[in-house]
Design a protein. Structure first.
Length: 236
């Protein structure tokens, strides 16, 4: 595979870890989908006191991105990509509680999920972690989420914001459909709606009548903090 994608080491990673720390074992563990090894190394990194965001960006992403590029170039296929995603998620699961803010009163309630027909959940899991870190109460509905599930959860939780993730050019259609279902249910003005995922754009968000688009997790949080303060119809 000499001409295929190669591992991109994050610039200056050595400056963000104690002397002697080496991420290469974790990069390989995620690449090869060794989730138990990934779990162990992330735990070790946490115990060593390395910043959780550094663990995510410098430790977990390089091996994941390498496999992601190979997957896009059809050098590897679903089984290999799935085991890499599992190793990534093993690491995310350990980081999540560390990043969650201990806010007494949440900044707002955010219902998030990946739309119908779509199984991609790494991106929305990261958005969830960052929102929790910013003090939001987040209800994550997982993947392949039917519009009714978004609606029922938003209603039950009196949500302030709702977010739809989609990674396929075919499933972004369900972002549009889900917004239409909120309109039909008479709930559209009670929540602010955000959309995201690689094939989406500001233009797409405008076209389907979303209130905002988050290019990445940081921007999603900035937007959520702004939108939560904008006027909405109250829940009964
Ligand atoms: C991992 C992966 C998979 C894994 C998913 C595992 C999992 N648990 O998630 C598996 C192997 C299951 C998979 C399957 C398929 N995949 Co896939 N997959 C990917 C891959 C490699 C990475 C996606 C990812 O996780 N990115 C990392 C995260 C962090 O980025 P992100 O999702 O964009 O999220 C960020 C932002 O978009 C934003 N964001 C995300 N969600 C939200 C939500 C809100 C509300 C907001 C505000 C922001 C926001 O913030 C996030 C963090 O910064 C991409 C290619 C690539 N390199 O990107 C292909 C890719 C998305 N897959 C693709 C395809 C075609 C498929 C399959 C159809 C393949 C097949 N032949 O069957 C199936 C579809 C299955 C299905 N029904 O969903 C194509 C899509 C092409 C297209 N435009 O339609 C891609 C682009 C690969 C390619 N180039 O061909 N895939």
């Amino acid at each position: 595979m000499s001409n295929g994608p190669s591992l991109q080491m994050p610039d200056g990673w050595q400056t963000r870890v104690p002397p002697g720390w080496d991420w290469s074992e974790l990069w390989v563990a995620v690449e090869k989908g060794k989730h138990k090894v990934a779990h162990e190394i992330v735990q070790k990194a946490i115990d060593t006191g390395i910043n959780p965001k550094t663990i995510l960006d410098d430790g977990l992403f390089p091996g994941f991105n390498l496999q992601g590029e190979r997957f896009s170039e059809q050098i590897i296929f679903i089984p290999e990509m799935l085991i890499t995603a599992r190793a990534m998620k093993a690491g995310l699961a350990l980081i999540r509680p560390l990043l969650a803010a201990q806010a007494e009163k949440p900044v707002g309630t955010f219902v998030i999920g990946t739309v119908l027909g779509d199984m991609h959940d790494i991106g929305q899991s990261i958005v969830t972690i960052m929102l929790e870190n910013a003090g939001f109460k987040v209800l994550n509905l997982g993947t392949d989420t039917h519009p009714d599930k978004f609606i029922n959860t938003a209603r039950a939780e009196k949500a302030d914001l709702v977010g739809f993730s989609a990674l396929l050019s075919t499933t972004i259609y369900y972002q549009k459909v889900t917004i239409e279902e909120f309109v039909k249910a008479g709930l559209r003005n009670k929540v602010k709606i955000l959309v995201g995922g690689a094939p989406t754009s500001q233009q797409w968000a405008d076209e389907i009548g979303a209130d905002g688009w988050g290019k990445d997790a940081m921007l999603a949080v900035q937007l959520a903090k702004k939108l939560v303060n904008e006027p909405r119809e109250p829940w009964d």
